[in-house]
Design a protein. Structure first.
Length: 156
C-alpha cells in the first residue's frame, strides 16, 4: 500500500489537522474516547476495526499528542488510552461533524443517536461560528488571510 504524503509542513491549518486526524478510524477512536472507551479490546469491539489498523491509529494519536497511554484505572496490568488536553480540544470538531451528519445524512424522522447535555438531558444546540459581535458568521463573511511570502535572499 502506498504511503500518503505528509501534510505536517503545509501552511494550511486544515491540512495539518487532517494529517493528524484525517482518516475515519482516528476520528472514530476520538469519538469513542469521548464516550468513555479506554482499552484496546473495547475499541476493537465497539468499532469493528482490524487489530493492525487500530494499533497503527492509536500509536499515531499518541505520537501526535491527542491521546496518552496510562496504567489501567482499575489497577490491572492493562494500559488505557486517554484524551490529552489537545485531544479534548477536538470536542467541538466531533460535535460539528455529528450535527452536520444529523442535518444532512438522515431522512426526516429516521432514528439516530442524539448528543444531549448530561445535566439537563436536552439536545445540544447547533454550533454556529460567530463574528466578533456575536452574530452568526456566514461563509461569505469570513476570509483566510494568507501568510505573506518569506523575503527572498539576496543572490550575487
Amino acid at each position: 500500500m502506498a504511503r500518503r504524503k505528509s501534510l505536517k509542513d503545509e501552511l494550511c491549518p486544515i491540512a495539518r489537522a487532517l494529517d493528524v486526524i484525517g482518516d475515519r478510524w482516528s476520528l472514530l477512536i476520538v469519538r469513542e474516547c469521548f464516550e468513555g472507551t479506554r482499552r484496546f479490546g473495547d475499541f476493537q469491539r465497539d468499532l469493528g476495526v482490524a487489530r493492525n489498523i487500530l494499533t497503527s491509529r492509536l500509536y499515531a494519536l499518541v505520537e501526535c499528542g491527542v491521546l496518552a497511554v496510562q496504567p489501567a484505572s482499575d489497577g490491572s496490568a492493562w494500559q488505557e488510552y486517554v484524551l490529552t488536553r489537545q485531544g479534548e480540544n477536538l470536542f467541538p470538531v466531533i460535535v460539528a461533524l455529528r450535527q452536520w451528519g444529523e442535518r444532512h445524512l438522515y431522512a426526516a424522522g429516521e432514528k439516530h443517536s442524539r448528543l444531549v447535555c448530561a445535566d439537563s438531558g436536552r439536545i445540544v444546540p447547533v454550533m454556529v461560528p460567530r463574528n466578533a459581535s456575536g452574530l452568526p458568521l456566514k461563509p461569505a463573511d469570513a476570509m483566510v488571510r494568507q501568510r505573506p511570502p518569506a523575503p527572498r535572499k539576496a543572490t550575487r
